[in-house]
Design a protein around this ligand. Structure first.
Ligand code: HSE
Length: 336
């Protein structure tokens, strides 16, 4: 499969490492041979229609901070130019989520779909701002649009609700969908102040470059939008979410929760309304996970409540979700 990879940060690099280490069994088990024909980062690009070398891409990025130096010609094509000029089957969109105008991811995705390419996105911005219209565009152009890594990283939350619970009627769900704020709240419960816990999370590299995405609940709200559209069949975007972050959570709130055998957690929920806010969760509830973990509980009409727990971020974890989507696309192509 010919792939154009937009963005070559932690996730993009993890993905090509995964392709490299799994090359033999991907071919033997699934008949898939991922061929990355174009890669683009913020400083330049690398293009080879016969396939770029995975190891070399990672080495060049490490040495020069960009894939631009992959060939002596130092390719400066932008993502859009690559998408317009290089033939490929799948776009993998991994540029940073942006909740103002969703660019550059939005244009990458729409350009690829209009060209008849299937799209895998781990970039949440375009989905948060335009889920309903992107689904329509994919249908209109008869391409597949996959995004399982946008919620839960490597933990297949969307696939579980969509496929494992098929036939069920999910009536509500509630989850911890942001690992960074969960880490901060967990550390505040051990006695750290908000500022100390935030500093520790930053030192560990958990906090987004724009800390507001984590702290003000935008990242969790974006994931809630994706779940609401995909799982509940709603047609909503980011402004429809009633969103409060964790900046105002005090050590007193945490102590008060402890007295009730509860912990304060940033919960994204879909019940009567769509909401992200810090609330008390019983320590006995399986949803009450600590550290950077994510968890989500789906309540269905017939099968009750089930909770899925797993890591919600990380380069290799997210790369594994992209591989999952790629294999789904391969299977679907083979079926039709
Ligand atoms: N900032 C996000 C988190 C990364 O902390 O969960 C994964 O989307």
């Amino acid at each position: 499969m010919r792939i154009i990879l937009c963005g070559f940060g932690v996730v993009g690099q993890s993905l090509v490492k995964l392709f490299d280490s799994r090359a033999e069994d991907l071919y033997a088990k699934y008949g898939v041979k991922p061929r990355v024909v174009g890669v683009f980062d913020s400083k330049g690009s690398a293009v080879d229609s016969s396939g770029l070398e995975f190891n070399k891409l990672v080495e060049v990025k490490k040495k020069f901070g960009t894939v631009k130096n992959y060939a002596n010609t130092k390719n400066s094509m932008t993502g859009i130019e690559i998408l317009k000029n290089v033939e490929a089957d799948v776009l993998i969109e991994t540029t940073a989520s942006n909740y103002k105008d969703a660019e550059p991811g939005m244009t990458h995705i729409t350009t690829a779909m209009k060209k008849g390419m299937h799209v895998i996105s781990v970039n949440k911005g375009p989905l948060a701002l335009a889920f309903p219209s992107l689904m329509e565009l994919a249908t209109y152009n008869q391409v597949m649009f996959k995004f399982s890594g946008t919620v839960g990283g490597g933990t297949p939350i969307l696939d579980y609700a969509k496929n494992s619970l098929s036939g069920e009627r999910i009536t509500s769900f509630a989850g911890i969908l942001n690992g960074t704020t969960n880490y901060i709240l967990t550390n505040m419960a051990t006695g750290l102040s908000f500022d100390e816990a935030l500093k520790d999370a930053k030192d560990k590299g958990y906090v987004e470059a724009d800390e507001s995405l984590d702290l003000d609940g935008l990242d969790a709200a974006a994931k809630l939008v994706i779940l609401a559209n995909w799982i509940m069949g709603m047609k909503v975007t980011l402004p429809d979410i009633n969103c409060t972050g964790i900046r105002k959570v005090t050590t007193d709130d945490i102590k008060k929760a402890e007295k009730n055998n509860c912990s304060v957690k940033l919960i994204a929920s879909c019940n009567k309304d769509l909401k992200v806010s810090p609330i008390e969760v019983s320590n006995e509830d399986p949803l009450c996970v600590n550290g950077t973990l994510n968890a989500i509980a789906f309540t269905s009409e017939h099968s009750g409540t089930q909770t899925i727990i797993g890591r919600g971020a990380g380069g290799m974890e997210t790369a594994s979700s992209i591989l999952r989507d790629l294999l789904d696309i391969r299977k679907e192509i083979a079926r039709t």
